[in-house]
Design a protein around this ligand. Structure first.
Ligand SMILES: *Cc1c(COP(=O)(O)O)cnc(C)c1O
Length: 357
């Protein structure tokens, strides 16, 4: 095999293409019935509640923050080991981030790190954004013990479950992204939902800026019907996507020596393996593994680089975020997505067997 195996590659099937084409042929290509059907699909997955589809995961988080009626300048707890989209949503919602370190175990915000951040800053959050990083479920129940509502960021965990419960049904609201690299995609897109429908209703009001009899600042965060059709088409194979991802992960796991750490619970039955992230002993070893795989034609990424850590963007003291700082030196993400062919998986496994870990 001479072709490079990219770290990620969206999978678009004939069914996806035909679902999009069907919408394009109707001549009604803005937001309409397909978007409503997508919202209903999510209500079915979660066994009730209400959903509002929007233009991106960032927009979903922004409208969730606005819709929770947190008062002016809310303090929003976020994990530092995450993407800058979180900060963007917080600032545009008029909030202030309370940046929290993560646990080495699952790379998620944990109660101890959150309590540490609260103690350091002397302020309690008005809301906590719990990111289920790389598919690993954050402990939403534990995090809510600080007394603030929790928004579950499910952008990397759609299709995952804890026992029989889909991830994202516990918090005050949950948000999803359909960006090109996510679990299911429409190119771009997002969705916000909640159990009692208060957040989804406020989100709908925010989105519907046109032809209103009253004026309030609202915003065009619509999703198009052809994006929704593509997302819906992919949702129909969500179980297969989850299974394919788990089976590739178990092939990789079988080759790894025990001193190489992966996220806790990665082998649990309902787990959505969004990224396969390994933790090496030190930075030199990580870089060696990376070049060895690159020589074998396998592209890997450092899932989050040091400069991307949210506390770095905000110019906060790095010493307060030791785990996230260390993770940027020790981690590597291997290609893992349903569009990998069996031959490509075999090739990666063969290369992993030659690596000096
Ligand atoms: C992708 C992602 C977002 C942002 O979603 P966009 O659709 O790119 O705006 C937010 N949070 C997490 C954890 C993500 O992975």
């Amino acid at each position: 095999m001479n072709d490079l195996i990219p770290h990620n590659r969206p999978m678009v099937t004939d069914e996806d293409r035909s679902a999009v084409d069907t919408v394009l042929r109707t001549g009604r290509i803005a937001s309409g019935e397909e978007v409503e059907e997508l919202e209903r699909d999510f209500d079915t997955i979660y066994g009730g509640g209400a959903s509002c589809a929007v233009s991106s995961g960032t927009a979903a988080l922004l409208v969730a923050l606005r819709s929770l009626q947190l008062g002016s300048d809310p303090v929003v707890a976020v994990p530092t080991y995450s993407c800058s989209a979180l900060l963007n949503a917080i600032f545009f919602a008029g909030g202030t981030p309370l940046v929290v370190d993560v646990s080495r175990n699952d790379l998620n915000m944990d109660l101890e790190s959150l309590e540490g951040a609260i103690a350091r800053h002397g302020r309690s959050p008005d809301v906590v954004v719990a990111v289920h990083s790389f598919g690993a479920p954050a402990d939403v129940q534990a995090l809510s013990s600080v007394g603030a509502p929790v928004i579950e960021d499910c952008c990397q965990s759609l299709g995952g479950a804890i026992g029989a419960e889909p991830i994202g049904g516990f918090g005050a609201a949950s948000v999803f992204s359909f960006y090109a690299t996510k679990i299911v995609t429409g190119g771009h897109g997002g969705l916000v939902r909640d159990r009692d429908g208060v957040v989804a209703e406020a989100a709908r009001d925010f989105r519907q800026f046109d032809l209103r009899t009253d004026y309030a600042p609202r915003f065009n965060v619509h999703m198009t019907d052809f994006q929704a059709a593509m997302v819906r088409s992919q949702l129909r194979r969500l179980d297969w996507i989850a299974e394919r991802r788990r089976s590739i992960a178990s092939r990789y796991l079988a080759t790894l020596p025990t001193h190489v750490l992966v996220e806790a619970g990665i082998e649990e039955p309902g787990r959505m393996v969004y990224r396969f992230v390994v933790q090496l002993a030190n930075q030199q070893r990580r870089d060696e593994v990376r070049s060895r795989l690159s020589e074998a034609g396998i592209q890997t990424i450092v899932p989050i680089e040091r400069f991307e850590l949210l506390h770095r963007y905000l110019g906060l003291e790095p010493a307060a975020f030791p785990v996230a700082e260390a993770m940027t030196d020790l981690t590597l993400s291997l290609p893992l997505y349903p569009g990998l062919s069996d031959a490509e998986v075999d090739h990666v496994v063969a290369a992993l067997e030659t690596v000096r870990w």
